[in-house]
Design a binder for this molecule. Structure first.
Ligand code: FPP
Ligand code: MG
Length: 292
C-alpha cells in the first residue's frame, strides 16, 4: 500500500462528519503509539510480520483521515530502540517492511511533491542496517522541502536516547564556543532533539489498551492531551479517530489557555546561529548516509 492515499475510500457520511468536526478546533499535530499488531496477528491467526504489515496499511489510512481533518503534522512510533530486543525473526521482518516502504516512498516522489508531504525519520539511524539507513536518507531528502503536511516516523527511537543525544550536542557546542554556558536552557535542549523542527504534539493516541508512554516523546508531551484506547492498531478505524478528536475539542479551552500563555522565545543571534547549525548538520548527515 502507498504512503499517500486519495480520498476515494471515504463515504459521504464520513466526509460529512469530518466537515462537522472541522468547524471546531482541530489539533495541528497528532502523535500515535501504534500498538497491538502482534495481538492482532494472534487474533486473526496470521504471522507477526503480517500483523505489522497490516499496521502499516492502517498508518497509510490514518494519514489520509488526518489530512482530510486538516491535521498538519503526524508523528508515529514505528520502531523503538527497545524493539531490537525482540526475536531476530521479528526484527528482520520489521526491517524488511521498512525497506519495502521506504523504497516505495522514493518511487512516489512526484505524488508526495504534489500533495506537499514531507517525511522525516526521527531516531538514532546509526543503529540501523546500512542499506536501510541509505534508503531512509534518500527518501527523506527528496521530501524535505515539502511543507503542506509532515509525517515524522520514529524509527530506532526512544525519548531517553534522544534527550541524551541532545544534551551531548549542547555540551559539545559549549566546548566549541558556539554557545555559552548561560545559553543552556530548555529551548537549547529542544533545539537539539530529533524533533527540533516540530511544535509539540497537541494530541497523543495509544491503541491496544496499554496505558504507558513507552519512552515516546517524553520531553515533547508535557502539555499534550493523551488518549488511550482499547482497540488494536490494525483495527483502529475512522470512528475511533473522530471520537478522540471530538473529546479533544471538548477540552480544548484548557489547552488553548496554555498556548496563549506561552510566549514565543526570542533568541540571541548566537543561539540562532547554533539552531541553524543543528539543522545543517542533520541534512549533511543524511547526505552522507544517502551516498554510502
Ligand atoms: C507495536 O505493536 C508495533 C510495532 C512495534 C511496530 C509498528 C510498525 C508499523 C505499524 C509499521 C510501520 C512501518 C513503517 C515503515 C513506517 P506490537 O508489536 O507491540 O504488538 P503487541 O502490543 O500486540 O505485542
Ligand atoms: Mg506492544
Amino acid at each position: 500500500m502507498s504512503w499517500v492515499r486519495d480520498n476515494t475510500t471515504l463515504t459521504i457520511f464520513q466526509k460529512f462528519c469530518i466537515n462537522i468536526l472541522k468547524c471546531g478546533p482541530v489539533p495541528n499535530h497528532v502523535a500515535f503509539i501504534m500498538d497491538g499488531n502482534r495481538r492482532y496477528a494472534k487474533k486473526t491467526k496470521v504471522q507477526k510480520a503480517e500483523g505489522h504489515s497490516k499496521g502499516f496499511d492502517k498508518l497509510a489510512e490514518c494519514l489520509q483521515w488526518c489530512r482530510e481533518l486538516g491535521v498538519k503534522e503526524v508523528t508515529v512510533y514505528a520502531f523503538s530502540i527497545e524493539n531490537f530486543k525482540r526475536s531476530r525473526e521479528e526484527v528482520d521482518a520489521l526491517m524488511q517492511l521498512a525497506r519495502e516502504k521506504f523504497q516505495r516512498l522514493f518511487k512516489e516522489k512526484e505524488k508526495l511533491k504534489e500533495e506537499g508531504v514531507c517525511i522525516r525519520v526521527i531516531g538514532n539511524l546509526s543503529l540501523l542496517p546500512e542499506d536501510l539507513r541509505k534508503l531512509i536518507a534518500e527518501a527523506t531528502l527528496i521530501t524535505k522541502d515539502n511543507t503542506k503536511s509532515i509525517l515524522n516516523v520514529a524509527f530506532s527511537y526512544t525519548s531517553r536516547e534522544e534527550i541524551t543525544h541532545s544534551i551531548k550536542s549542547v555540551v559539545q557546542a559549549v566546548e566549541d564556543n558556539l554557545i555559552q554556558e548561560d545559553d543552556i536552557t530548555e529551548e537549547a535542549i529542544s533545539a537539539c532533539l530529533y524533533t527540533h523542527l516540530s511544535k509539540d504534539p497537541d494530541l497523543l493516541i495509544r491503541t491496544s489498551g496499554e496505558v504507558r508512554l513507552s519512552d515516546f516523546l517524553l520531553w515533547q508531551i508535557s502539555n499534550t492531551e493523551i488518549c488511550f484506547t482499547d482497540v488494536l492498531w490494525p483495527e483502529f478505524c475512522i470512528w475511533h479517530l473522530l471520537s478522540v478528536i471530538f473529546k479533544y475539542q471538548r477540552s480544548y479551552g484548557v489547552h488553548n489557555l496554555y498556548s496563549l500563555n506561552k510566549q514565543p522565545k526570542i533568541f540571541s543571534s548566537r543561539m540562532n546561529t547554533f539552531i541553524k547549525s543543528i539543522e545543517e548538520k542533520r541534512i549533511a548527515q543524511l547526505e552522507i548516509y544517502s551516498k554510502a
